[in-house]
Design a protein around this ligand. Sequence first.
Ligand SMILES: Nc1nc2c(c(=O)[nH]1)N[C@H]1C(S)=C(S)[C@@H](COP(=O)(O)OP(=O)(O)OC[C@H]3O[C@@H](n4cnc5c(=O)[nH]c(N)nc54)[C@H](O)[C@@H]3O)O[C@H]1N2
Ligand SMILES: Nc1nc2c(c(=O)[nH]1)N[C@H]1C(S)=C(S)[C@@H](COP(=O)(O)OP(=O)(O)OC[C@H]3O[C@@H](n4cnc5c(=O)[nH]c(N)nc54)[C@H](O)[C@@H]3O)O[C@H]1N2
Ligand code: SF4
Ligand SMILES: [Mo]
Length: 721
Amino acid sequence: MSSQHIGTCTLCEAACGIVVEHDDAHVIAIRGDERDPFSQGYICPKATALADLHDDPDWLRTPLLRDGDGFREATWDEALDYAARRLADIRDQHGADAIATYQGNPGAHNLGILTFGQLFLRKLGTRNAFSATSADQLPHMLASLEMFGDSVLMGVPDIDRAELFLCFGGNPLVSNGSIMTAPDMKRRLKAIQARGGRVVVVDPRRTETAALADEHVPVRPGGDALLMLSMLHVLFAEGLTRPGRVGAFTDGLDTLAAVARHYAPEDTAARTGVAPDAVRALARDFAARRGVAYGRMGICTQEFGALSAWLVVALNLVCGRLDEPGGLMFTTPAVDLEQLTRLVAFDNGFDRYRSRVRGLPEFNGELPVVTMAEEIERKGPDRVRALVTVAGNPVLSIPNGARLERALGQLELVVCVDPYLNETTRHADVILPPTSPLQRSHYDLALMAFAVRNGAKYAPPLFPRGEDQRHDWEICLELVTRMGLPGFGLGALGPLAAKVLGPVLHKVGPDGILDLALRAGPHGLRKGRAGLSLKKLKAAPHGVDLGPLEPRLPERLRTPSKRIDAAPPRILADLGRLRATLTEPAPELVLIGRRQLRSNNSWCHNSYRLVKGKPRCTLLMHPKDAAARGLVDGDEATLTSRAGSVRAPVEVTDAMMPGVVSLPHGWGHGREGTRLSIAARVPGVSVNDVTDERFYDRLSGNAGFSGVAVEVARVPTVVTA
Ligand SMILES: Nc1nc2c(c(=O)[nH]1)N[C@H]1C(S)=C(S)[C@@H](COP(=O)(O)OP(=O)(O)OC[C@H]3O[C@@H](n4cnc5c(=O)[nH]c(N)nc54)[C@H](O)[C@@H]3O)O[C@H]1N2
Ligand SMILES: Nc1nc2c(c(=O)[nH]1)N[C@H]1C(S)=C(S)[C@@H](COP(=O)(O)OP(=O)(O)OC[C@H]3O[C@@H](n4cnc5c(=O)[nH]c(N)nc54)[C@H](O)[C@@H]3O)O[C@H]1N2
Ligand code: SF4
Ligand SMILES: [Mo]
């Protein structure tokens, strides 16, 4: 007898509704939920992997404790006690900063981690806190903080009403959209074209999205800030700017115009690779249409991430496309993310302190991942002694992961909340594995704040958790209480509060917090009028549509002046560095990354249906670059940077811009001591053994995966590690 369960796919930001056909213990089939008002039946091939994850024999179901070179199974009590006792000892003897933390990407798709995981990591109170944020969207958050006074107030393209989608450094056809929760991007982009609009993609590679677009503008990696300044130059010079309603509460537009004056298209063309006429046409087209400029990974994870993120907003702003239908808008999510981050996560802030080795700025209480390895290596009595990871695999995910991997060996203690024995967790002393996505309740706390329509959906767990299993939130709450971490906002009460409040919070759980947040949120109870609550959401299992995005400014601004700053001084201060690139010699060959539809960052490669077929970890290269190095399709090449070297088969293609090569990230499994029986057999290397922790955005501290200077050779050069 099979039954049906209505759920949500947790594997990427699109948050597609799924219908899971199942028997008592197993999934029989997964398909798109046609009654989900948001995804309308769309899913990508990754959704079916949810079943593989749930049934994966390598998904740990029992805690593991280090035992010599290997691991042994332990009871939850033993493992939690051990982790908590050793963490507490290190904290008591050496201070909070002796424990480093890393929170990874799947945490953003996990209600338990977004509530109790955050609580745990923040209550550890360490300055050595790291997360995927600084390998990803930090520049967008910094631009929002500087311009709007709130780092989580990030603009979302109102894609369903836009008449021009101008996409810088995003490949939504493959990534399924990012900081733009919008299932079925192909349908949405084609709809723009069908209503007479245009899709333009600015990218060093002719990506899947660029192939569908009306126009592809190849740009040199790291050239976006110059390109956008030149577009602004044209807009101001030709009198095409119309900030409109939003202009009335914006400061700094004159400064912006004065800055842009210095970047005529003729002056930037050599560095961007975009001809002056093409820049003029882009600018005019953008001014003429009800469009939106959107930027993502490719403009963040590069040398000028924060400048680029600021300029994307500025482009929308000067053309009256900010906070207007069809432009860059802000959601009215059912849970107020700003409220919630204040409660369980961070206070907005930048550069309130710096890292010890390189002096890199803090952001929202975290330090950049590019400094993680050196902070761990740093000697002295106040050194880092322990690392806690929650849903992260930094050995494969951060620049120069090989260096981090070596540094892990120096630590006294590594605690990982993670279901897999992988490249990072193989260095653990304790692995605390959570339940699978099908065993926990789900609400996209974070992602619905960046959706292209307002909406809300709750999914109950499909399968109950086993007696011998724990949810992420239970693990994190246990660590908080067993460590007697001070607080829950009760300051001096400290450990007592933890003992008393622990059981209370356990009763409340993530669902209880969600219920409170929904009731307190913008669609919650208002003056006696019934609004959203968990009960209401449970009664609407396919989700509720809360309508199109609506103008939200100036109410949501949190700058002291309650006005937008179009030219924040801290961002302008970085322009000198950008200008210098106009005269500096550019590297002959640079590296960028790429995402693949059946791949999900550094995990999910243990699902056979997602990895079968031709090897995908290939080095894409333009025919000219290949010929110059005597390489033909299929040849094995070494890819070398200052940081390291890997080998990969070459795939010659004119989809690449000359002078740019591409290798996807997240591969490189099969290391000794891991337990990934399928992934281990898939060929591939970790591109982050070549990316360089010294190549980053100096303003924000964000990692630079795009534009790393590399050499490619037929004959192996020096092979490190
Ligand atoms: N070269 C290069 N590097 C990149 C990128 C790039 O484009 N190029 N992209 C960057 C970006 S945008 C990101 S977000 C990061 C991602 O990098 P990470 O933050 O490291 O995240 P993942 O690679 O997704 O690793 C997920 C880890 O979480 C575990 N996990 C999965 N589900 C759960 C769960 O429900 N609970 C718990 N506790 N653990 C779970 C997995 O086993 C795995 O160990 O990589 C960055 N690194
Ligand atoms: N299938 C799949 N989907 C995913 C993920 C995954 O691993 N696999 N990861 C998820 C995560 S964590 C994230 S953050 C999102 C990311 O979502 P996207 O940002 O849409 O994803 P990417 O494919 O990395 O797109 C970045 C694009 O920037 C281009 N690029 C590189 N350098 C530059 C540059 O200097 N300038 C410009 N203009 N473009 C440049 C790259 O060629 C690439 O096409 O995807 C999410 N979705
Ligand atoms: S696009 Fe694919 S991976 Fe992303 S939520 Fe939808 S089904 Fe899941
Ligand atoms: Mo990401």
